[in-house]
Design a protein around this ligand. Structure first.
Ligand SMILES: NC(=O)c1ccc[n+]([C@@H]2O[C@H](COP(=O)([O-])OP(=O)(O)OC[C@H]3O[C@@H](n4cnc5c(N)ncnc54)[C@H](O)[C@@H]3O)[C@@H](O)[C@H]2O)c1
Length: 284
């Protein structure tokens, strides 16, 4: 670690992302957009790859507001041609692309034996291979075209990868897909370490986004349960709770951190609250 004796640089400065460019898959809305905004706030250029025709309207203000470059590419992370084309355009348009956040993801919430074959395949295509391929593309770009630059990759896993069954949720297959994402970080960190590319996961607990809004629209109890399920009651927001950890992992503040997972779950990766265990789920 070159600056182990650098006592002068302020800790806050180590979290800066200026002069670097970051690709965010699934950054068109929800968690991915919250992370995109946070990266821009820290001075990083952002390139969002998402299926949506248009990102959140606020995306178009980021460049001016934070004096960064911001590009949006419509792309499908499960489609090789679509992903590779968008990736090539981004590295041609932005300088020093050496960071990636994989936030594109989908959820199925119903008993696993009700999952259809096609939707099961789609879930693994988006959540597993749709994470692996962008990681491979960025690693390949750094190793072959941006040698010496190093880089940092953050994959969005989930509390579901930690094996806790939450009342009212039936997300076993989603959990399997997110466990695959979490499981990728360690071995991949070993392969990418020699190129100074770090790779880590963040496992959010329930977070207010269009994905969870959709689950609540189906069952109003969905948001209610999190008032008492985690050890620290409530739900996360992308900006306040998830983004700081992602910025940490992308920045030099974490330059010796690789192959780890940061669960941001109010404790729910470790179990459900004692109060709820005592009262029983009928109390919800
Ligand atoms: N919201 C939560 O409670 C929560 C908790 C843990 C983990 N996560 C994970 O966080 C990530 C973001 O979730 P969110 O809650 O913001 O969901 P969301 O549905 O609000 O946003 C997901 C984004 O991914 C994009 N996307 C989906 N399929 C895609 C594809 N094939 N190619 C490109 N883009 C695609 C969507 O267009 C959307 O913009 C997901 O990986 C999700 O599994 C969410």
């Amino acid at each position: 670690m070159a600056d182990a004796r650098d006592f002068e640089t302020k800790v806050s400065e180590r979290f800066g992302l200026s002069g670097r460019s970051f690709i965010i898959t699934g950054g068109g809305r929800g968690m991915g957009f919250g992370l995109t905004r946070a990266i821009a706030q820290q001075g990083g250029n952002v390139a969002v790859l998402d299926l949506l025709d248009q990102p959140e309207a606020e995306f178009h203000d980021l460049a001016k507001k934070y004096n960064v470059k911001a590009v949006y590419k419509r792309a499908d992370v499960t489609d090789q041609e679509s992903l590779e084309t968008a990736f090539k355009e981004v590295v041609a348009e932005l300088p020093n692309v050496n960071g990636l956040v994989t936030a594109a993801g989908i959820v199925i919430d119903k008993p696993v034996w009700e999952h259809g074959w096609a939707e099961s395949k789609k879930l693994s295509d988006v959540n597993i291979l749709g994470t692996l391929w962008p990681v491979r593309l960025l690693a390949d770009h750094i190793v072959h075209h941006n040698k010496g630059a190093g880089g940092s990759i953050v994959m969005i896993a989930s509390v579901a990868a930690h094996g806790v069954k939450v009342p009212f949720q039936n997300i076993a297959m989603y959990a399997m897909s997110k466990a695959a994402v979490k499981g990728l970080a360690g071995p991949m960190a070993g392969e990418l370490g020699p190129y100074n590319i770090r790779i880590n996961t963040v496992s959010p607990g329930p977070t207010v986004t269009p994905m969870t809004d959709m689950l609540r629209a189906r069952d109003p109890k969905y948001y209610e349960v999190f008032k008492t399920v985690p050890f620290i009651y409530g739900m996360a927001t992308p900006e306040a709770d998830i983004a700081p950890a992602v910025v940490y992992l992308l920045s030099d503040a974490s330059k010796w951190v690789t192959g780890v997972d940061i669960p941001i779950t109010g404790g729910s990766h470790a179990g459900i609250s004692t109060e709820l265990l005592q009262k029983g789920t009928d109390s919800l």
